[in-house]
Design a binder for this molecule. Sequence first.
Ligand SMILES: Cc1cc2nc3c(=O)[nH]c(=O)nc-3n(C[C@H](O)[C@H](O)[C@H](O)COP(=O)(O)O)c2cc1C
Length: 345
Amino acid sequence: MAVDIKSRKRDHVESARRKNVEYAVSAGFEDVRFVHQPLPEMAFDDVDTECRMFGKMLSAPIIILGMTGGYPQAAKINAKLAVAAEREGLAFGLGSQRAMIEKPQLASTYKVRKLAPTIPLIGNIGGCQLEKYGVKKVREALDIVEADALAIHLNPLQEVCQPEGDHDFSGILEQIGIFAHDLGMPVIVKETGAGMSMGAAVALRRAGVSMADVSGAGGTSWSKVEYMRSGSEPVFENWGNPTCVSIATCSEVIETIGSGGVRNGLDAAKCLALGASFAGAALPFLRAKEPAREAAAWKRDLKIAMLLTGSRNLWHMRRARLVVSGKTAEEMKRIGVDVNRYTRR
Ligand SMILES: Cc1cc2nc3c(=O)[nH]c(=O)nc-3n(C[C@H](O)[C@H](O)[C@H](O)COP(=O)(O)O)c2cc1C
């Protein structure tokens, strides 16, 4: 069983690194434009991007999202990304810890705390595995890696496109509620690239979840990865709720992380202005030769966007004026988002 998970995870990382695994449909960032402020009335160095996550300081509200663990190469990837996150003061997510729960000797491939002593470290498990493992086992796995929070991932699209995947998604919400109540650390619920809906966000908030990571359509497409592996017709490769729409709808009811096709610091700034508390990404950091340099560029670009919107700190950034147009505005309006509020505020 664990051997299967190991080779599948390796396949996934290799495909993501080398092949075109991204959605053909857009996350929507090109439809989101900041209103330029030609009189920022502050120095670039005065722009403050610092914030807190789970009681720890971040130099910017950016997360390198969970991707891997459970085989030797994964240990190297986790180490490299964790070092980059620590150096740049960002949060870091581990990939699904299922492999280490099944085979405890694989725990070392997730253990990055010594390399990243100060940043928020986010553990990870699939929604489909919650009932099987239960709170105690998952908490043990989180304690072994010294995590600050748990991300529960939802990936029904990927699982149904995967012949050997989990095909039973019943009872997950109830389990999420149990984990949110009993785990004793914050619970994030994240999609993995197909986005969140308002209904899901309401349900997660009622279940006691701390944050929803929308991981919307427009970035890595997991159904595309699975189609590449199986060779079947890619009917659902572009299925999902685009990232910008997911952020705008879900942020009305729960604290959100904006991710899915976020590709630079300007996209991250747009996530914040649309309502997210943090922005996250996986693929760009996996592919970066020097993830710390990539992270530094994102921080700089976020800071430039803040200066050019007259946003001295993140409180102001989240209220910066935006014009949302095109397909993204159309879809937001149909779902009931008051698109003009971004421009009038
Ligand atoms: C190689 C790879 C492996 C991933 N593995 C996991 C995982 O184990 N758990 C999880 O919650 N998300 C996983 N994801 C999903 C990402 O965390 C993220 O939600 C998604 O890729 C969208 O972000 P992106 O467009 O920046 O890649 C993985 C993504 C990639 C690229």
